[in-house]
Ligand binder design. Structure first.
Ligand code: URA
Length: 242
């Protein structure tokens, strides 16, 4: 790979900025100063230093974000701020994208990566990766909701959902709180499931994907890299009804 690509991928600026950096003599390849942006370097064995600091090359980036309300889960939007706009330039350089969508008014766990294979695995309908949501509902939960959700409920467009697990945290006349785990990701699915029992979701937060839980010390709108352990949790199989 060209050294200018290596440097821009590791957060040392745009290709143009990196060219200047090289020209200034601030970059070494295995101990020798290199100035030509076309110089080839191999991430598997070479060491690139910028003013003595190692530019560690990695191909993939895996981020956990605590998505706030008001931003769109997309890479681009002509009118609204996107989750990509919340990333530092050095992380944007990896060209990550959100794994699946959360509605504009939904908060919580969002994975961003440039690893298409992982994204595909997490989103594949065949894999049934469970996603758990905390939701506030207007009014009490109708009595037969648990059975309907467990069996699969028919939405307004005729689609019958896969079995889902409902846990009631608080059941009250004014407002109730629940956890709902679903294994698919139809458009507005949680909201539409509650609409099918005559209720409205007034607040929605994703708290878990597979075995990976949202780090509740992450303030809304911030993110961090996943640890190795968290990354492997994401790929572990989970049986929702066990
Ligand atoms: N279900 C919804 O209705 N909205 C989301 O953002 C995620 C799941």
């Amino acid at each position: 790979m060209r050294i200018d690509k290596w440097l821009s991928n590791t957060g040392f600026g745009s290709r143009k900025e990196v060219k200047q950096l090289l020209r200034s003599g601030g970059v070494t390849l295995n101990g020798d100063v290199v100035k030509d942006p076309k110089t080839q370097a191999n991430p598997e064995k070479d060491h690139v230093l910028v003013h003595g600091e190692e530019a560690v090359y990695k191909e993939y980036i895996y981020l956990m974000m605590n998505k706030p309300q008001g931003v769109i889960s997309a890479t681009e939007d002509s009118r609204h701020e996107t989750v990509i706009d919340l990333l530092e330039m050095e992380d944007q350089a990896y060209e990550p994208f959100p794994v699946g969508r959360l509605d504009k008014d939904t908060e919580g766990l969002l994975i961003l990566t440039n690893d298409g294979q992982l994204s595909h695995t997490l989103l594949s309908p065949k894999k049934h990766v469970p996603k758990t949501y905390f939701a506030k509902i207007n009014g009490a939960i109708p009595e037969d909701t648990f059975e309907k959700f467990t069996e699969g409920i028919v939405l307004e467009d005729g689609y019958k959902t896969q079995p889902a697990k409902l846990e009631i945290i608080e059941n009250a006349l004014e407002e109730s709180e629940v956890l709902l785990t679903i294994t698919e990701g139809k458009f507005h699915q949680v909201k539409r499931m509650f609409e099918a029992v005559g209720r409205k979701v007034t607040y929605l937060q994703r708290i878990q994907m597979g075995k990976l839980k949202l780090d509740d010390t992450l303030p809304l709108g911030t993110y961090r890299e996943l640890t190795e352990e968290e990354l492997s949790l994401l790929s572990e199989k989970v049986d929702v009804f066990e």
